[in-house]
Design a binder for this molecule. Structure first.
Ligand SMILES: Nc1ncnc2c1ncn2[C@@H]1O[C@H](COP(=O)(O)OP(=O)(O)O)[C@@H](O)[C@H]1O
Ligand SMILES: [Mg+2]
Length: 270
């Protein structure tokens, strides 16, 4: 089981889109069993894979908020919420693709769990105590390093950092690298490594994009994937159908690029 978190402290850089398309391609075209965990209270990955109506039905009883122990008093449940109860199987029209959805309440996770011991390891304990059987777990993180993404990092083997090659999305990169380094010192059994940075939403008409890609490849703060993901409106349109573009527009240029990225990811992972 290989776990990859998608992190950048900047929003709007293609974290969610990358998680959804990479998960879909791994499941649909490489026959891998894949679990997407939506760790972002914005619930964008969730609603890219299931409908709003479907989410409404389960959102107050079985989401990542329940896995992390947020709703205990509300439901008078004790410690034994089973992570499997939060898994929705075969989402986005893909049989091998499962989802643990998110909840808007996750915004208050840090406040709610402030007095809980080992609160960074709740997800790890849940997974250790279950017999989940996936080839890949992909985690969509919010643009920060609060408690939810910390729970993701503890169980992650790798981090992928989507970056729009402009100035602002790159500003937080050294900070992110240093934070993760510091973090690993305090969590000795956390073995997470940066797998790479992927340039997203690249627009050939902007000189700044070409310049920033050259600069960031040279700086090597984080190693860069050679595949880049260009601007392609089709990858943003498929959310209307609550399915990945890989399913709705399988031949669009964005999906073709994500296919190349998946090949590169599989080559990079030992
Ligand atoms: N390659 C792309 N081409 C065009 N639009 C994209 C592309 N990747 C992402 N988008 C759009 O950009 C917006 C932000 O992407 P998203 O994946 O939600 O970023 P994040 O999760 O980092 O906030 C969304 O509207 C998404 O549909
Ligand atoms: Mg997102």
């Amino acid at each position: 089981m290989i776990t990859i978190s998608f992190i950048n402290m900047k929003g709007g850089v293609g974290k969610t889109t990358s998680v959804v398309e990479i998960a879909a391609i791994l499941a649909k075209e490489h026959n891998k069993k894949v679990l997407v965990i939506d760790m972002d209270p914005q619930t964008n990955a969730t609603l890219s894979l299931i409908s709003f109506e479907e989410w409404e039905k389960i959102k107050d009883t079985s989401t990542i908020a329940d896995v992390l122990g947020m709703n205990k008093s509300a439901s008078s449940r004790d410690d034994e919420f089973d992570i499997k109860d939060a898994i929705i199987e075969s989402v986005g029209g893909i049989p091998n693709l499962d989802l643990i959805p998110s909840h808007l309440e996750l915004t208050f996770l840090d406040l709610d769990l402030v007095s809980v011991a080992a609160r960074e390891s709740i997800l790890k304990n849940q997974i250790d105590n279950s017999d989940l059987d996936y080839d890949f777990i992909l985690i969509d993180c919010p643009p920060n390093l609060t408690l939810a993404p910390q729970n993701a990092l503890v169980i992650s083997d790798y981090i992928i950092v989507p970056v729009v090659p402009e100035i602002f999305p790159a500003i937080g990169l050294p900070l992110l690298v240093n934070r993760v380094k510091k973090w690993k010192k305090s969590f000795r059994d956390c073995k997470v490594e940066f797998l790479g940075m992927v340039f997203t939403k690249v627009d050939g008409r902007y000189n700044i994009h070409a310049q920033q890609m050259v600069a960031l490849r040279k700086e090597k703060v984080i190693p860069c994937f050679s595949t880049i993901i260009r601007q392609n409106v089709d990858v943003s349109k498929s959310v209307a159908y609550h399915k990945p573009a890989t399913v709705v527009y399988p031949y669009c240029s964005g999906v073709q690029s994500y296919r190349n990225l998946v090949k590169e990811i599989l080559r990079k992972i030992p």
